[in-house]
Design a protein around this ligand. Structure first.
Ligand code: NAD
Length: 503
């Protein structure tokens, strides 16, 4: 028995935890044993309407919009502090809900707190404009204003971290928020609402409506009073959201799927490369948007590297997500599990050599997929082109730099890439030629909060993180002021024009 309890989850609207207007709930299922964890309020258009109305009122009339930056940032820092204070519970809830190993969710909770601290600092220094002196006659200056009600729609794969990634900059810049978390992972979004409630943010500033994408999510996207949508999820959902947000001309940010290449040349530091690619595809149960799910190995090292990979895969600890030693846990949901298993069948059909680790018998009730290598793939196979989003890596041999570059780019995605070589010129050359939003050379996926995060091609539109998020969540307004005499064209002047005098 854990010291942390899981209770029914309700929406958080206008500073209150409330049931849905329709009174409906859905069951939240544990990935570990496929048992019901709790019930969750199911939101529909009416609940979204209520939340958006509260957020709009809070933006237009509440104290939030009028608050000085320093005061607003006190709230943002308080949220960070409470996340830290509740770190143990947050990582427990996240692992319970998603099946992610506890050793990995611990780090996510800490990172989530950092997101709030980072934007509290950034807004203080960055909520500034530019000024231009124009020939002594004018000053033009800009100010950055919050936009209004921000609709945030998030996925289940690293729920708390990705929610805070959006909520922190949206609130810090002065917007109000309606969050629609993923239906398969509602627990930490609910905990975030509890934390924000305890911090005492003015009512309506932050709202959470739970529910499904086609109903609650779609209503948020279509709502005329929601001014922007920040979305992280599948590419096909992103495309749907862009279409549905067109009628109300919303600003959108899209963080979408990936099928990222890791390219390892024979001259690389192979031990480090091995550590990095194993971590890169099997951490977070392989449910990771930046996973190096396509591994390109130069032929001279293909056999020896594959042998080392097989050894690692057979040793990966698959187990209970709550065990500190577990490296791979169960996938989020039976439906997703079926999808990943389907791809392993496809790999067999396509002629890849499939090598899997093992799942201890005691865990057969959970949504486990053993860490799996798909060897001797070609880049044209479906398993090398489509996002599987599980602990599965397609391995493809190559000869030359040109050949591997063409294969790396011959895909619809462009989120991340990893290049391993000791030839510094080649490393940079390839990194610059790869079509992806982010490239790591001789490095695993580490990220400073100041740098932009996001993808190109079908992996996304726009960037999150650093000042890029700040720009997304604010509107630059320009103000022109005449300070000298300047020529104003005169139209419609009557013959006996009089000078206008004040009374
Ligand atoms: P998903 O697209 O199925 O769902 C994401 C969210 O969108 C959920 O909250 C869902 O309810 C909602 N949604 C679904 N249909 C909707 C609609 N028509 N209108 C509005 N909202 C709708 O994605 P998922 O399965 O939860 O997440 C996995 C995907 O997310 C993978 O493709 C992964 O690569 C991607 N991802 C990308 C990044 C990134 O930064 N690029 C990060 C994490 C995950």
């Amino acid at each position: 028995m854990s010291k942390f309890q899981v209770s029914p989850v309700r929406h958080y609207i206008n500073g209150q935890f409330v049931s849905g207007i329709a009174g409906k709930t859905f069951e939240n299922i544990s990935p570990f044993r496929n048992q019901v964890l709790n019930t969750v309020a199911e939101g529909f258009k009416e609940d979204i309407d209520l939340a958006v109305r509260a957020a709009k009122k809070a933006f237009e009339q509440g104290p939030w919009g009028k608050m000085g930056v320093a005061e607003r940032m006190k709230y943002i820092v308080m949220i960070a502090e409470k996340i830290e204070a509740n770190g143990e519970e947050l990582s427990y809830l996240e692992s319970l809900d998603t099946g992610l190993p506890i050793s990995q969710t611990k780090k996510m909770a800490a990172r989530a707190a950092e997101n709030f601290r980072f934007y509290a600092e950034m807004v203080k220094s960055r909520m500034v404009g530019e000024a231009y002196q124009v020939d002594g006659d004018f000053i033009n200056y800009t100010i950055h204003k919050p936009i209004g009600v921000a609709g945030l729609i998030t996925p289940w794969n690293a729920p708390f971290m990705l929610e805070t990634w959006k909520v922190a900059p949206a609130l810090a810049t002065g917007n109000t928020v309606v969050l629609k978390p993923a239906e398969w992972s509602p627990l930490t979004a609910n905990k975030l609402a509890e934390i924000i409630n305890e911090v005492g943010l003015p009512e309506g500033v932050f709202n959470v409506v739970h529910g499904f994408g086609e109903t609650a999510g779609a209503s948020l996207v279509a709502h005329p009073d929601v001014r922007l949508i920040s979305f992280t999820g599948e590419t096909s959902t992103g495309s749907e959201i862009i279409k549905n947000s067109a009628d109300t001309l919303k600003k959108t940010s899209m963080e979408l799927g990936g099928k990222s290449p890791a390219i390892i040349f024979a001259d690389a530091d192979l031990e480090s490369a091995l550590d990095a690619v194993v971590w890169g595809v099997f951490s977070f149960n392989g449910e990771r948007c930046t996973a190096n799910s396509r591994l390109f190995l130069q032929k001279p090292i293909y056999d020896s590297f594959v042998e080392a990979l097989k050894e690692r895969v057979s040793n990966i600890v698959v187990g209970d997500p709550m065990e500190p030693s577990t490296e791979v846990g169960p996938l989020i949901h039976k439906k997703h599990w079926q999808n990943v298993i389907k791809y392993i069948d496809i790999a067999h059909e396509e002629g890849a050599e499939v090598v899997s680790g093992s799942i201890p018998d005691e865990f057969r009730e959970g949504n486990y997929v053993a860490p799996t290598l798909l060897l001797n793939c070609t880049n044209q196979m479906r398993v090398a082109q489509e996002e599987i989003f599980g602990p599965v890596m397609a391995v493809i041999p190559f000869d030359t730099e040109q050949e591997v570059l063409e294969m790396a780019n011959d895909i619809r995605y462009g989120l991340a890439a990893y290049v391993w070589t000791s030839d510094i010129k080649r490393g940079h050359r390839l990194a610059q030629a790869v079509e992806s939003g982010m490239v790591w050379i001789n490095s695993q996926n580490v990220r400073d909060l100041r740098i932009p995060f996001g993808g190109t091609k079908n992996s996304g539109i726009g960037r999150e993180g650093g000042h890029y998020a700040f720009e997304f969540y604010t509107e630059a307004q320009v103000i022109h002021v005449a300070i000298g005499d300047h020529h104003i064209p005169k139209f419609g002047i009557p013959k006996n024009s009089k000078i206008i005098k004040s009374n």
